[in-house]
Design a protein around this ligand. Sequence first.
Ligand code: ADP
Length: 548
Amino acid sequence: MSTVGPVRPPRPDERLRQIIDRLADGVVVVGGDGLVRFVNPAAQVLFGRGAAELLGREFGFPTLAGETTEIDVVRPGGATAAAELRAVETEWEGEPAYIVSLRDVTDRREAEERRRQAEAEQAARRDAESEARRARFLSNVSSVLSSSLDYHATLSVLAKLAVPELADWCVIDVLEEDGRMARVAAAHAEHEREPLLAVLCDEFPPRMDGPSVGAQALRSGTPVYVPRVSDEWLEGVTTGPEHAALIRALGIRSLIAVPLVARTETLGVATLVGATRGYRRNDLATAEDFAQRAALSISNARLYAAAQEASRAKSEFLAVMSHELRTPLNAVMGYADLLQAGIGGAVSERQRGYLDRIKEGARHLEGIIDEILAFSRMEAGQEAVRARRVDLRDVVRQAGDLLRPLARQKSLELELRLPPEPAIVETDPEKVLQILRNLGTNAIKFTDQGQVRIEALRDHPHHLLRIVDTGIGIRREHRERIFEPFWQVEQSNRREVGGTGLGLAVARRLAELLGGRLTLESAPGRGSTFTLALPAADNPENGGDPSA
Ligand code: ADP
């Protein structure tokens, strides 16, 4: 008799089972229907679930035979693990199935992650450091640039600054005003190679029509960037084997040539060479920044030089012109005097009147010429101070004598307000007189009613001279500008009042020349007060004699 029961499929043999159970790797058997048939203890640990929870359930991971995949396992409670999964087709209890082996790679993966993070941190730190260095470098560049207007000197400092920060060696060429290229700076990070660099500059000076990268960048106005220099390339940008050999001796691996462009004008080119370093894209950005700053310095220096030259030419012209005007003017005045004296024959009353008008006009012209001469002398630094002990009251009285006729013509009162005691100053009285005359003439010119007053007063440690008028006054926004040469306030009666616009410029410079100060207070419509402060001679601080 045979017992008919369910046919039990053969189970893996017990020894094999024991081996599988002790394996460090997880082993799962998945049936053709995707349900779990068997799990060893290592797999239970990996999934964080017991056999009861796993058996008969959906396995849920891909089981492609022969392929290794990495899977993420989420354990109950949320902890995660990573495993490497490998599946093999087999039979299990007579049915097709997969044996899936699972290796826990959580630790390895974490280690990898940590390494990646460390690397990223390191790279970030490197980037930050290089960014900080770059910023420091560029700020050094800026301070060098603002410290000098001599751009040749500035550019050689810049070249020195560029090595080794930005290049192992570099040269800077400028485009001269005659259209030629001129090398103005060169520097090598290795001191011993500087002589070699000097030879390169002497023997192979850059030419606008030459093959050099500098000339290329200059002609095109765009940077040349060569990450890796080849022999072939070097041949193309040199004038011959000797030239190339010299450059090789200086060291060349990578190169950037950036044109120096300011205000749309290409002024020169900086060629930066990496002997050992290879330039990358962000080096190009730094180089362009560097070039832009250098260009601005050249441009500023040139503008400044041009302005200086123009100003010098103007002063020279004024000086020459004033002299030339004086000679014929002297003739006009001299012959008018002769006529008036009756030396050329009898002169009628009417003719005498005309001669007065001629002389008046001539004196006016003379005044203007003197003003221009004084100004150009001062611009040229030729004005000398002849100082002596002076009682300012005497100078004020002299100024009063000069100005009284002008005041009378406009029916203005001219008052001198002087202290009873002497106002002693160690100064050049001619210059003080000229200041008073300029200020007094203005005061009368710009006052139609009331009074012009000159007063001397003490304001320790100074003596003050004040010219006070009750005229049109000066608006706040004009109070500094009126001291500029040739500057005048726009006004409707400009033609009547005339003037050169030099009076105040001369007065202020003379005041400074005398160690004093000229200041202004004014109320538009009510009048102005100009104050000249001069150091008192009886003030011990000024080295004077208190008993004087
Ligand atoms: P100028 O008198 O030859 O024009 P100045 O340098 O002496 O040149 O003066 C410059 C300008 O300042 C004058 O044109 C005038 O507009 C203004 N100014 C000078 N002094 C006075 C004043 N006392 N009152 C009003 N405006 C004045």
